[in-house]
Design a protein around this ligand. Structure first.
Ligand SMILES: *Cc1c(COP(=O)(O)O)cnc(C)c1O
Length: 377
């Protein structure tokens, strides 16, 4: 299934894809299923692409168990555009939305939304948390839902289910009705953990995700939206970005990113072959535990995130001496362990271990980290 011939790719995104998907795409590049055309050369309104797109939607629905009263949209613009599209689409009636801040991406979402409505911060982990006699730095933990200040007239409450840069993940999403906001819906930026574990779609009004972390190539954004939320976009919302238009036209209101949808569709089929999200979650638990368990028993490296909120997808860590970073990285590259440099805002290293990274790759990383510790400790 996995070949040792290719290096292990720990990129945060765009990131590793299943090798079998890349091979199939290569084999089908010049002639998709006897059509005589590359998927890139097909009309988005023809029967061939129609089949590719509807299978991708059906497979995504099956994997995530998406209820029938939700539309699944394949859009463009990435998650950063979705930061504007969510308020533009949902703040047509009520102007108010509340944001939960847990790191760089949710902070970005809140800042963008301020251009489109009356935005407040419901909760933030941008402060030091004192717990059990220990201190946790800003953005290394998730604010407990019981502490969220949600306005009764909020149209929605936004969270980022996995902070790709900080390596902080929500283990589940709260029930807003229990927080006294029964009219609000949850909106979730799930760019970096969608399809890594089962998710309760019915808890959210909108889930969006740029595909290039865990679901496919850049260029397509997955949007899952409850149908009763459609049709209330602000007047200034561009027609091509009004979720109602995109839903009505089966993601073909205008030309969708056809090739990216095709590759994402192959990833969905690969996930089904692996046994679906329950199975992939088991593997992701085992993979992340392998790395976190090693980090817990060494003083040479350090992960800053509170143990309850450690991401299974993105594992940031620092070396005890940052002067060794460059040598660590060049040694890693020489061993075929690619793209481990941390985000510039946090420094150090980051191992992104998305679905397509097998446990053998994580083991190879841990082996290298141990050896580097032995030779530099
Ligand atoms: C990568 C990422 C984004 C940015 O996505 P673009 O596709 O570049 O717009 C937003 N949110 C999260 C959680 C991400 O990981």
């Amino acid at each position: 299934m996995s070949s040792q011939a290719r290096p292990w790719n720990f990129s945060a995104g765009p990131s590793v894809l299943p090798e079998s998907v890349l091979r199939q795409a290569a084999a089908e590049m010049l002639d998709w299923h006897g059509s005589g055309m590359s998927v890139m050369e097909m009309s988005h309104r023809g029967k061939e692409f129609g089949q590719i797109c509807s299978e991708a939607e059906a497979d995504l629905r099956q994997l995530l168990n998406v209820p029938d009263d939700y539309a699944v949209l394949f859009m463009q613009g990435g998650a950063i555009a979705a930061n504007a599209l969510v308020p533009m689409n949902l703040l047509g009636r009520s102007d108010a939305a509340d944001y939960v801040l847990s790191g760089s991406w949710s902070v970005k979402s809140e800042k963008e939304a301020r251009r489109y409505g009356d935005i407040r911060v419901a909760a933030s982990s941008g402060t030091v948390l004192e717990s059990d006699g220990q201190q946790w730095q800003p953005w290394t933990w998730v604010p407990d839902a019981a502490s969220w200040q949600v306005r009764p007239d909020a149209a929605y409450v936004h969270l980022c289910s996995n902070e790709t840069i900080g390596g902080v993940e929500f283990s589940d999403w709260p029930d807003l009705a229990a927080l006294g906001a029964s009219d609000a819906v949850l909106t979730v930026d799930a760019s970096s953990n969608i399809l890594s574990r089962p998710m309760d779609v019915s808890r959210a009004g909108v889930i969006f995700a740029g595909a290039q972390k865990n679901a496919g190539p850049a260029g397509v954004t997955l949007v899952i939206v409850r149908r009763d939320l459609l049709g209330h976009a602000q007047a200034a919302c561009p027609s091509a970005f009004d979720f109602a238009n995109v839903a009505k036209e089966g993601s073909c209101f205008n030309t969708p990113p056809t090739y990216s949808i095709y590759i994402a569709g192959l990833v969905f089929k690969w996930l089904k072959e692996q046994g679906g999200l329950a199975e992939i979650e088991k593997r992701n638990i085992a993979k992340s535990a392998l790395l976190y368990d090693y980090l817990a028993q060494t003083g040479f490296y350090r992960n800053p995130v509170h143990p309850n909120f450690r991401s299974r997808m993105n594992v940031p860590f620092t070396l005890h001496d940052a002067a060794l970073d460059a040598e660590f990285l060049s040694g890693a590259t020489a061993r075929g362990l690619l793209q481990l440099k941390g985000h510039k805002s946090v420094g150090g290293m980051r191992a992104s271990i998305y679905n397509a990274m097998p446990i053998e790759g994580v083991q190879a990383l841990v082996d290298y980290m141990k050896e580097f510790e032995r030779t530099h400790g």
